[in-house]
Design a protein around this ligand. Sequence first.
Ligand SMILES: *[C@@H]1O[C@H](CO)[C@@H](O)[C@H](O)[C@H]1NC(C)=O
Ligand SMILES: *[C@@H]1O[C@H](CO)[C@@H](O)[C@H](O)[C@H]1NC(C)=O
Ligand SMILES: *[C@@H]1O[C@H](CO)[C@@H](O)[C@H](O)[C@H]1NC(C)=O
Ligand SMILES: *[C@@H]1O[C@H](CO)[C@@H](O)[C@H](O)[C@H]1NC(C)=O
Ligand SMILES: *[C@@H]1O[C@H](CO)[C@@H](O)[C@H](O)[C@H]1NC(C)=O
Ligand SMILES: *[C@@H]1O[C@H](CO)[C@@H](O)[C@H](O)[C@H]1NC(C)=O
Length: 237
Amino acid sequence: MMVTLLGATTLVLVTLAPWVLSAAAGGKNLKSPQKVEVDVIDDNFILRWNRSEESVGNVTFSFDCQKPEMDNWIKLPGCQNITSTKCNFSSLKLNVYEEIKLRIRAEKENTSSWYEVDSFIPFRKAQIGPPEVHLEAEDKAIVIYISPPGTEDSVMWALDRSSFTYSLVIWKNSSSVEERIVNIYSRHKISKLSPETTYCLKVKAALLTSRKIGVYSPVHCIKTTVCTLGGRGRWIT
Ligand SMILES: *[C@@H]1O[C@H](CO)[C@@H](O)[C@H](O)[C@H]1NC(C)=O
Ligand SMILES: *[C@@H]1O[C@H](CO)[C@@H](O)[C@H](O)[C@H]1NC(C)=O
Ligand SMILES: *[C@@H]1O[C@H](CO)[C@@H](O)[C@H](O)[C@H]1NC(C)=O
Ligand SMILES: *[C@@H]1O[C@H](CO)[C@@H](O)[C@H](O)[C@H]1NC(C)=O
Ligand SMILES: *[C@@H]1O[C@H](CO)[C@@H](O)[C@H](O)[C@H]1NC(C)=O
Ligand SMILES: *[C@@H]1O[C@H](CO)[C@@H](O)[C@H](O)[C@H]1NC(C)=O
């Protein structure tokens, strides 16, 4: 008799629990954001979301993450108790080829329910940032030195650093006529230019095997030198 009664009580509690919980946790119906953007550029991982109208005042947001080998969720570093609508979790050590799951909730006095972001594989999501560009001028040529996007210890591009190809657009500063040069490598010389003329160019990187095309570097301008007989280039190389 006792056992039956206990069983029945437990059953009722279990049935009620979700309803009671959601009413309490909802409080004033604190809603979690329902749309989260994940931006991955090189090794930078940024999350952006929008707050719902009612989540004003002292609302904060926190993310959890789950890696494939884990059964439970852990707090996402850099994305705890965020008062704005953007956070940076670049410090998380990840295998960029493995799927990762994220979830967000809003917190005030109580918390909203978790909203689960679509899982993703960082490498597939990653966009290629601008490459580093260094220019040297001769009288009729510009030599372009390009470093791969990201930092030297980039995890994202660790296996790809030597696979990047580059393309560039160059124009005379005084003209809008552009020339495109594609499929170049980390050092490239553009010849047959005019002396004492300012040229501007921008460079972007691509990983053709992964079908990724990066964003352009900032525009770099350089003035070719005064014409020298025979050309300085031949003397130094
Ligand atoms: C927070 O939840 C508790 C119960 O857990 C409830 O008593 C309280 O009213 C809630 N606060 C708000 C602001 O919703
Ligand atoms: C947030 O709102 C702005 C303006 O309405 C919109 O442009 C942006 O895409 C939204 N972001 C997300 C993550 O929903
Ligand atoms: C936010 O919190 C601070 C201190 O915790 C409090 O003084 C302030 O009134 C709160 N603001 C709102 C809008 O709830
Ligand atoms: C976030 O807030 C909770 C509750 O106020 C607190 O326990 C926790 O230490 C905070 N975490 C960070 C990273 O500030
Ligand atoms: C994100 O954090 C990393 C360090 O963990 C920093 O290098 C990077 O500049 C930050 N990115 C942004 C957009 O704040
Ligand atoms: C490019 O040309 C514009 C207008 O002709 C001039 O204002 C600017 O200083 C030039 N830039 C360089 C780097 O020479």
